[in-house]
Design a protein around this ligand. Sequence first.
Ligand SMILES: [Zn+2]
Length: 312
Amino acid sequence: MKTTLQNCIRASRKSRAMKGLRVPKVIASEVLHWASFNFERPIIQFDRALVIFSIDIDVGEKKLGLLNKGKNDSCVHKFYEESRVGEIEEQAIPLFVDLFNSRGIPVTFAVRGQLTEIDNKTFPLLLDSPVKHDIGGHGYTHKQFTDLSRKEAEIELEMLSVGFKKYGITPKSFVFPRNMVSHIDVLEQFGYDCYRDAGTLLNDGMFIKRNGRLYDIHPSIYLNQSVHLSMLKLFLKIAIRKRTILHLWFHPWNFGENVEQVRKNIDNILVPFVDYAKNREESQMLKFETMYSAAKKADANLRVEKIQVPPQ
Ligand SMILES: [Zn+2]
């Protein structure tokens, strides 16, 4: 079994090795995204751009990691123990919720079902928010769906539904753990309306696509603390011009490993971006949506415009 020390050493080596590569890699990725967004033709065009944030909550709290006693670590993170991921998220989640609540922006929180097993702070925080956030599913144990049989996928989703029911939630949005997409028909069976497809440098996009009865609220770009604010603004301008979506997603731990780092990165990146976008929302150039509300809009749009949906 991995020890905390081994994990820390591996994480630190990885971090040192990546540091020199990070900046040019991020710039190259952002330029490629910018180029491909410019050339892309929206599948569904809206009356104005839709800005969507989805936040993946892999653990939620340290207690959940401790409960699993290291047996679930490999399902959650390559380098950190589940309890460490939970510890970071526990500190970071309220900061993100505060930011979005203070601006009146609804977002999708894709929450792992097993968090409902413990007396947690995340569900009450989201449910008591003055803004109605979309609380979606993110697996029960965070196992990759590509590793599961159909029966196992059904069990994961059944346990998630039962857990969410304790809070009166019927999830409609789904984010696949580790973005490994599989068993979409099982999502349909459990009443989901939308999911987020896997995002990669070559696969990211600014579109919503129908897949059977579900909508793929496609990821545009994965955010972390290295993202450049100026590029985010350029992406937003493209979405406004094309009246399509800009779907930004991240984990709470992508913005730092402790509360001070997360707060600093939120203040430097997310606050100015959100305020910039909010200003454009007031000018009717865009609307903030969740994955679920964007799926409903896409559905209404397809019905109204009677666009022929190509066979999947
Ligand atoms: Zn995840």
